[in-house]
Design a protein. Structure first.
Length: 484
């Protein structure tokens, strides 16, 4: 007989001051301890604002109120005799760096922002001392600003990003001091409750399933290329947009095949990775939100679990059959998503490396835009970008469905891929998306040949473009007279 899950209730104020780390947090704490000087789990939320400038003192108060409202932002981390813990320190003051760079010209301003983004991305947090959030505000010109909030992933996920902006806008407008709401659940309540939900019996059962399900599958996806430089991964980013008409075509095909759009995109990604790697059997990762209970929806914190999708392709399978297999693989994996990823890794991949993601090295995420605020104070929010490090992956494709289009970011390890290769690969995948409705009956062997044709054509265009650029630079070079 199954033991009923205990109710999720708020802890007393005293009990909430020191609790276990959640399974998700323990994974990041373990990696942080291996390399505390690295900042691979920093997340940057970059906001472009237009209109009346934000007042720095008012913004600082709003940030401090936010940290008081959500205690996980002022938690510190340590390993005790009973295991990894999180405990509350004194309410911290969130650091706000303000700079006026409106006097710089366009190129200088761009270089300054890029340099700061790089510095913030690569400056680690001290998880043992806290806090795990900081911010920067730039004046770009008389009507434009950028606000960058940096936060460690151990206290943050996608839903937390939505809560962050909503609460920041509220506290900026109201100037409230901020405090945990009485009776409202916090992340410490979830962390303390989690072992009653993810029980030893569930863990044992899920481990048995995954061990059997992944038996014989390669645990590394190699791309057959020489590492271009030694040292830790060097993250690169390439952004592109899947335009509305192409998205609508994908939706029509998905409806015809009775597939969710996510399944169609996942199946096409598998074909693309097969072409890039030459592998027929491999694993791909994706994030799942981990907020299965309604009571967890409005808690600020890190609930993400990583899910392993099995990809088994054969040359005789048609695109339609590959998409059907992708649907089945996603269904099976989601039915067993409760097992914390780190526990799966510890049982299946004991050879763990800090700079290499276990089980899968390519990852795919798709979500709808949830950054829904209009602005802060009288300043209008023009755009929001979330920047995150590769964290040991070779390739990560993030899709954000905004309005009718999809904004895509392809993150890659510069040690393995050049920027030209990534641009070519992104173009190749978009070509596959644009012609999906004409390719449903095509077998994988023919799809691979079609991809090779597109790839050759794109490579030729790239070479011609570089040649033309080289000739243009040569033509613009000032010639010096030589005296004899």
């Amino acid at each position: 007989m199954d033991t009923p899950t205990p109710p999720l209730l708020p802890l007393s104020e005293l009990a909430a001051r020191c609790v276990r780390q959640s399974f998700a947090q323990s994974r990041l704490w373990f990696l942080h301890q291996l390399e505390p000087e690295r900042a691979q789990h920093n997340i940057l939320v970059r906001m472009v604002l237009q209109g009346e400038h934000l007042q720095t003192a008012r913004l600082k108060r709003a940030l401090d109120a936010l940290s008081l409202r959500h205690p996980v932002l002022r938690a510190c981390y340590r390993t005790a005799e009973t295991g990894p813990e999180q405990w509350l320190s004194a309410p911290p003051s969130i650091a706000l760096d303000y700079r006026d760079i409106s006097g710089l010209n366009g190129n200088e301003r761009h270089a300054t922002i890029e340099r700061l983004l790089h510095d913030q991305q690569n400056t680690p947090f001290d998880l043992e001392a806290g806090p795990v959030m900081r911010a920067c505000l730039f004046d770009l010109d008389a009507a434009s600003q950028e606000l960058i909030i940096v936060i460690h992933h151990i206290a943050f996920d996608g839903r937390s990003g939505e809560i962050l902006l909503q609460d920041l806008a509220h506290y900026y407008d109201s100037e409230e001091a901020g405090a945990p709401l009485p009776g409202r659940l916090q992340y410490a309540d979830f962390a303390a409750w989690e072992p009653g939900y993810v029980t030893p019996q569930l863990i044992e059962s899920e481990i048995a399933f995954w061990r059997d399900y992944l038996a014989g599958m390669p645990l590394q996806l190699e791309f057959d290329r020489r590492v271009r430089s030694e040292g830790p991964a060097q993250g690169g980013r390439f952004a592109f947009t899947i335009q509305a008409e192409r998205v609508e075509r994908l939706k029509r095909v998905s409806r015809r095949l009775r597939l969710p759009l996510f399944v169609t995109l996942t199946g096409l990604l598998q074909i693309w990775l097969h072409y890039l790697s030459g592998r027929h059997r491999f694993l791909v990762g994706t994030d799942v939100h981990g907020r299965d209970l309604p009571a967890l929806q409005d808690i600020f914190g890190f609930f993400v679990n990583q899910l392993t999708l099995k990809c088994e392709l054969e040359d005789e399978l048609s695109l339609g059959e590959i998409l059907a297999r992708a649907r089945q693989a996603i269904r099976v994996a989601h039915a067993h998503r409760q097992l914390p990823f780190d526990l799966l890794v510890s049982h299946l991949a004991p050879q763990r490396k800090a700079d290499r993601s276990p089980l899968f090295q390519a990852k795919f995420n798709y979500q709808r835009d949830r950054f829904s605020i209009e602005g802060l104070g009288a300043a209008r929010l023009v755009s929001t970008q979330v920047i995150q490090d590769l964290a040991g992956f070779d390739l990560v494709l993030d899709l954000m469905h905004r309005h009718a289009a999809i904004e895509a970011t392809l993150e890659y390890d510069r040690r393995l891929f050049s920027s030209d290769e990534i641009e070519r690969f992104a173009s190749l995948w978009q070509e596959l998306l644009s012609q999906v409705d004409d390719l449903i009956e095509q077998p994988l062997g023919d799809l691979r040949a079609r991809l090779q044709q597109w790839d050759d054509a794109h490579l030729q265009r790239q070479q011609h473009a570089h040649h033309d650029q080289g000739r243009a630079r040569l033509g613009n070079t000032r010639r010096r007279a030589i005296s004899l």
